[in-house]
Write a protein that binds this ligand. Structure first.
Ligand SMILES: *Cc1c(COP(=O)(O)O)cnc(C)c1O
Length: 392
């Protein structure tokens, strides 16, 4: 019996080493990793430049307290604000923590302007994490069930529905922010019908009512969609943005970025973290961004995303049960007309690491470094698994 708490339905495999998009299990079997540890290993496994940077940092300094200045985090903050056009950053250790920071920031912003019971608009099918506040913000009853009482102060609206936001605006005067994933990940790779119009519409309501527009880019950020951040496919600039997953290439790190008035909300003592932004994590973050830039991985992800869509469309064109194949860069969803959770195991047997989310959506989040040949191999092999599954 495992001594681990029973929080995961684990697949029966243990990995020993990795290289690029490939992983090897203890029994020697080779797997194509089309999940990247859920959008974490954007550089693939054991990227030589990343290992060099992390090794160099570990041999010099791993951790010092945030009561001191930390050069490595200043350097990452410079880089992150430059590529995002944001003003400043709070570093933490995960996606839910980044969202906790955003939620606290929004509430404090409300209190500072005299709103005593601030509320934040969140979306149906959203995923923001597993801490009490972030699971309360999450739009999935399964994540919440059994943990009531939930944290209050959230109002739910349908995703990609500007009218729903307008309605809330017309009847509430204590809203302080909208928290939204520009593309929903866990919710099923849901891309707004017109992302420019949707985010622009959200920006307009926020400006009209002095709310903060907060983007959760924990999954969609760091090159995943073919831009540094998914919202950069539009002209819209958020007031707050949260990051984690791909930022440290596997070294735990999260970030909450703010701009303009949102960047002046926190003052000493209002928020903090023991590990957040330590030298090791921020060196890994800086190396990740540097490598993505040097190796032009954003535009590469964009090209590979288009190729993946093309290849799967070709292989699955005669399957009426495949409803739609959608992607923005390397955030890919293949939606079937019925639940397909079993596919994860079937693909694993064939040496393919994938994920099924929202019951019917095959989710692919391959490393940004995946190449043409590997895309074609993935599409061919996974399409066969899907066809076998559909034929049963
Ligand atoms: C994964 C995810 C989170 C939570 O991140 P953790 O690091 O697991 O806490 C939050 N928001 C989005 C959009 C995510 O995909």
């Amino acid at each position: 019996m495992s001594k681990m708490m029973d929080t995961y339905a684990r697949q029966p495999v243990t990995f020993e080493k990795g290289e690029g998009i490939w992983l090897w299990a203890k029994d020697g079997k080779k797997y194509l990793d089309a999940l990247s540890g859920v959008a974490v290993n954007g550089l693939g496994h054991t990227h030589p430049k990343l290992i060099k940077a992390i090794n160099e940092q570990i041999s010099r300094l791993i951790h010092v307290s945030n009561v001191y200045h930390i050069a490595e985090q200043e350097r990452l903050a410079e880089k992150l604000t430059a590529i995002s056009y944001m003003d400043n950053v709070f570093f933490c250790n995960s996606g839910c923590e980044a969202n906790e920071a955003a939620i606290k920031l929004a509430r404090l912003f409300g209190h500072q302007k005299g709103i005593d019971t601030p509320e934040i608009i969140v979306m149906e099918k959203a995923f923001h994490g597993r801490t009490m506040a972030t699971l309360s913000a999450t739009g999935n009853r399964k994540t919440q069930a059994g943990f009531e009482p939930l944290v209050g102060g959230f109002i739910r609206a349908a995703f990609d529905d500007l009218e729903a936001i307008q309605q809330i605006a017309s009847r509430k005067n204590n809203v302080v922010a909208i928290l939204v994933e520009p593309i929903q990940g866990e919710g099923g790779i849901n891309i707004p019908n017109n992302i420019q119009n949707y985010l622009k519409g959200l920006r307009a309501v926020c400006d009209e009512h002095d709310w903060l527009l907060m983007f959760d880019e924990v999954q969609s950020g760091i090159g995943r969609t073919g831009k540094w951040f998914a919202h950069q496919h539009t002209s819209v600039q958020p007031d707050v943005m949260t990051l984690a997953k791909g930022l440290g290439s596997g070294v735990p790190i999260g970030a909450c970025l703010a701009k303009g008035r949102a960047s002046k909300v926190f003052t000493p003592g209002k928020h903090g973290s023991t590990f957040g932004g330590n030298p090791l994590a921020t060196a890994a973050g800086f190396a990740t961004l540097t490598i993505i830039e040097e190796d032009k991985l954003c535009s590469h992800a964009s090209k590979m995303g288009a190729l993946i869509n093309e290849e799967f469309t070709k292989h699955l064109k005669d399957c009426p049960q495949v409803k739609v194949i959608r992607n923005l860069g390397l955030m890919i969803g293949i939606e079937l007309d019925h639940p397909c959770g079993d596919l994860t195991k079937l693909a694993l047997n064939e040496g393919l690491l994938i994920n099924v989310t929202a019951e019917k959506v095959i989710r692919l989040l391959p490393p940004l470094v995946i190449n043409d040949m590997e895309v074609k191999e993935l599409a061919e092999r996974l399409s066969q698994v899907i066809k076998n599954f559909l034929a049963k």
